[in-house]
Design a protein around this ligand. Structure first.
Ligand SMILES: Cc1cc2nc3c(=O)[nH]c(=O)nc-3n(C[C@H](O)[C@H](O)[C@H](O)COP(=O)(O)OP(=O)(O)OC[C@H]3O[C@@H](n4cnc5c(N)ncnc54)[C@H](O)[C@@H]3O)c2cc1C
Length: 472
């Protein structure tokens, strides 16, 4: 079977690698760099910069740990070199995996010229690639507010913020979602004056209220100033200064403005609707098995909207690849490859078990539903909250702010969701994700011995409390 994958980000490369592991002959088409937004301008560059920010923040607060250190001075060149080194290393590992799995890599921009034919254009020539199945994974692009002139040199998006050799001494960030808050945290750690404007009345719109409040308080404690329920009405550049005016007349002057108001699926000009693929605005419409309206054509990742996270895209990509192989085997009366022999049914992704994380100081990680969302969905739930303030490891590390909020189903005690704001939240959320994925109860978590001292003990305590409230 022959599969063509369009787009080499997390959705596309995981689809290509999974299909190749299942024995398909695979071509992966990428117009820029393998790894996509995530590796080149998103997840990895921001976390690399945040690591430097953490060192700077710790140096700034060294006296609290009994150390005398000078305040860190940012060396932009070395900081960006380090980021580039990490990106290159991961990119070359992806290329090595492609080579090992015999995935053909084709560089150039792809466009559909038939339901299952992609025409790739590079500077010199066109080549057509026809397949039994096609997996679309062209990702997303920065959403640009019409009121902000992005041609101004000092108006940044996450792209410039992860690639330009400059550290602002003052910045106004538009948007208090995960990306906006991570940059706010990084720049505040480097010593910049940071302002964040958000149209909604709270930071991290859509999240649990306690999480929102804790995130805002933590960043305010770092010096970040929030303007919630406000809009960046007019943004102008005057020499080296940016001036942002808000509807109430407040004017904020900064070095830079960073627009972080979200992303939208990248689909325009790639021939999708012309090939008969049904769209929902910029997103490709798919069913729960990632099938588009054209048989044999699948779509995954940011292109289909939804969670718009790298690990969600990866899971969707691998799932779509398995579904494509299954459907092709079914249609051609071939036997399923060994890797799929155990399950002939088409797969979907359980989004309720996928964690979503924000890498601020402290980190934030959530999985499943909050108490309010669960109640809105008609579930009878209990909630237990345990704080890091009494946790030995968190106190030793000087990071005893935050909490674990565990939500469980009354009666059964099954894990429904968990919200963590606290040290290492991004790592510790996974034990709850495993519990939720496998229908375990809060009692199961509570009865598992957690190492002492560890910040995970707070999860155990929250689970124990929830088990009591559930009466199990
Ligand atoms: C600043 C920032 C920070 C982020 N941090 C995180 C994080 O910490 N954790 C997380 O889970 N997510 C994070 N994300 C989101 C994450 O990057 C995306 O959800 C993820 O990259 C989506 O993967 P994808 O494969 O769908 O798309 P992409 O990664 O966008 O990949 C699409 C690929 O397709 C290529 N392409 C597009 N059109 C064509 C074409 N016509 N022909 C050939 N190739 C084409 C592109 O060049 C690109 O390489 C972040 C995003 C940003 C911007």
């Amino acid at each position: 079977m022959r599969i063509v994958v369009l787009g080499g980000g997390p959705g596309g490369h995981s689809a290509a690698f999974e299909a190749a592991r299942l024995g398909a002959s695979v071509t992966l088409i990428e117009r820029e760099f393998l790894g996509g937004t995530c590796l080149n301008w998103g997840c990895i560059p921001t976390k690399t910069i945040l690591r430097s920010a953490r060192v700077a923040w710790d140096a700034r607060n060294a006296a609290d740990y009994g150390l005398r250190l000078p305040v860190a001075d940012v060396d932009e060149e070395r900081l960006l070199d380090r980021k580039e080194g990490v990106v290159q290393e991961l990119r070359s590992q992806l290329e090595a995996t492609a080579a090992r799995l015999k995935v053909e890599l084709v560089y150039g921009e792809g466009r559909l010229v038939g339901p299952k034919t992609v025409r790739v254009t590079d500077s010199e020539k066109h080549t057509d690639h026809t397949a039994d199945a096609l997996i679309l994974a062209t990702g997303s692009e920065v959403f640009k507010l019409p009121g902000i002139d992005h041609t101004l040199e000092r108006v940044w998006t996450s792209y410039e913020a992860t690639s330009v050799l400059a550290t602002p001494t003052s910045i106004l960030i538009v948007g208090a979602g995960a990306i906006g808050l991570e940059f706010a945290c990084a720049y505040a750690s480097f010593g910049a004056e940071v302002h964040v404007v958000e149209l909604m009345p709270s930071v991290l719109p859509g999240n649990d209220k306690r999480v929102q409040k804790a995130a805002q308080a933590a960043l305010e404690a770092m010096g970040v100033r929030f303007y919630l329920g406000q809009a960046a009405d007019a943004v102008g550049q005057y020499g080296d200064r940016m001036e942002t005016t808000m509807p109430d007349g407040t004017i904020i002057e900064t070095d830079y403005v960073l627009s972080a108001v979200g992303r939208k699926p990248l689909s325009e000009g790639f021939g999708f609707p012309e090939a008969g693929i049904e769209m929902e605005r910029a997103a490709v419409k798919v069913d729960e098995h990632f099938r588009t309206s054209v048989p044999g054509v699948y779509a995954v990742g940011d292109l289909v909207g939804g969670m718009m996270l790298a690990h969600a895209a990866e899971e969707e990509g691998a799932t779509a690849a398995r579904n494509a192989v299954r459907e092709h085997a079914r249609a051609s009366v071939e036997t399923l490859p060994a890797g799929l022999a155990h399950a002939a049914d088409l797969e979907s992704v359980d989004y309720s078990c996928i964690p979503a994380c924000v890498y601020t100081f402290p980190e934030i990680a959530v999985v499943g539903s909050s108490r309010d969302a669960a109640k809105d969905a008609g579930l009878d739930v209990v909630q237990a909250v345990s704080k890091y303030a009494g946790n030995g490891k968190a106190l030793s590390e000087g990071e005893a702010e935050g909490f674990v909020q565990m939500v469980a189903e009354k009666g059964s005690g099954r894990v429904v969701g968990c919200q963590i704001v606290g040290p290492h939240a991004v790592e510790t959320i996974h034990e709850v994700a495993v519990a939720k994925r496998h229908g375990l109860t809060v009692r199961d978590i509570a009865e598992t011995v957690h190492a002492h001292p560890s910040v995970s003990e707070v999860i155990k305590l929250a689970a124990l409390d929830a088990a009591g409230k559930c009466g199990i």
